[in-house]
Design a protein around this ligand. Structure first.
Ligand SMILES: [Zn+2]
Length: 238
């Protein structure tokens, strides 16, 4: 079966600025280095991402857009900021339409997004964006769905970052790990120099790397589009 690694075009969907860098930044850098096309789409503007009451949300959204632009540049990826309000409220079906339009426009072979099926994910931006993008992969190729809004297009499947259950640990070399760190460091409004979450995440990446025989590895869960709806029949074909 063809792996996502064989794809030529990739779309990386992030609910907020910084999610894709944290989830799969090293993998993005590796794909770009291999000559693949990578586009990052950030759905919300991240305006709530502060504990500072003196920071105006609109200003934070502008700051984070700038940080995200630098991060995309560090990874060699294109960038689209969709500008939805951080924290919602979101109309699920409007979000799904947006995701279908995005897929038809970018035409990626594979789409990376956060896993919406985490049992304890409380953040609705992550649940709803992950689910809308997953369903959009099923629907974007149907000619009667949003007819007249872009050419029908079907991606081969989804790769979930921050997965509930990893199907693989994607190995990173030193160069990809450095690009990942550089991209994450661009999000200055979110992470100070000694951020505890980041250092724990780095340790986890190193443990996963040991499993993959590499300096670090990112946990991923790849599913073909046909494995996003109804259980797959078990047993032999024919
Ligand atoms: Zn997020």
């Amino acid at each position: 079966m063809e792996s996502w690694r064989d794809g030529a075009r990739f779309l990386f969907v992030s609910p907020h600025p910084d999610d894709v860098e944290l989830g799969c930044g090293g993998t993005i850098a590796g794909l770009v280095r291999a000559g693949k096309a990578a586009e990052i789409a950030v759905f919300t503007d991240g305006r709530l991402g502060t504990r500072d009451p003196a920071m105006p949300p609109a200003q934070l959204a502008r700051i984070r857009a700038g940080e995200q632009a630098h991060a995309a540049q560090a990874l060699g990826a294109g960038l689209r900021m969709l500008g939805l309000p951080d924290g919602g409220p979101h109309d699920y079906y409007a979000l799904r339409d947006l995701a279908v339009a995005l897929l038809r426009d970018v035409q990626p072979d594979w789409v990376f997004v956060c896993d919406p099926f985490l049992p304890y994910e409380a953040h609705s931006d992550h649940r709803v964006v992950g689910l809308a993008v997953s369903e959009a992969v099923l629907l974007s190729g149907l000619p009667h769905y949003a007819a007249g809004q872009g050419e029908p297009f079907s991606a081969q499947g989804i790769v979930y970052y921050f997965p509930r259950r990893a199907t693989e640990h994607a190995p990173l070399d030193e160069q990809c790990l450095a690009a990942r760190r550089e991209a994450i460091a661009c999000h200055r409004s979110q992470f100070g120099p000694d951020d505890r979450y980041l250092s724990r995440l780095e340790k986890q990446l190193a443990r996963q790397g040991a499993l993959a025989g590499a300096v670090a590895a990112e946990a991923l869960h790849a599913r073909r589009a046909s494995a996003l709806h109804l259980p797959e029949p078990q047993g032999e074909e024919g």
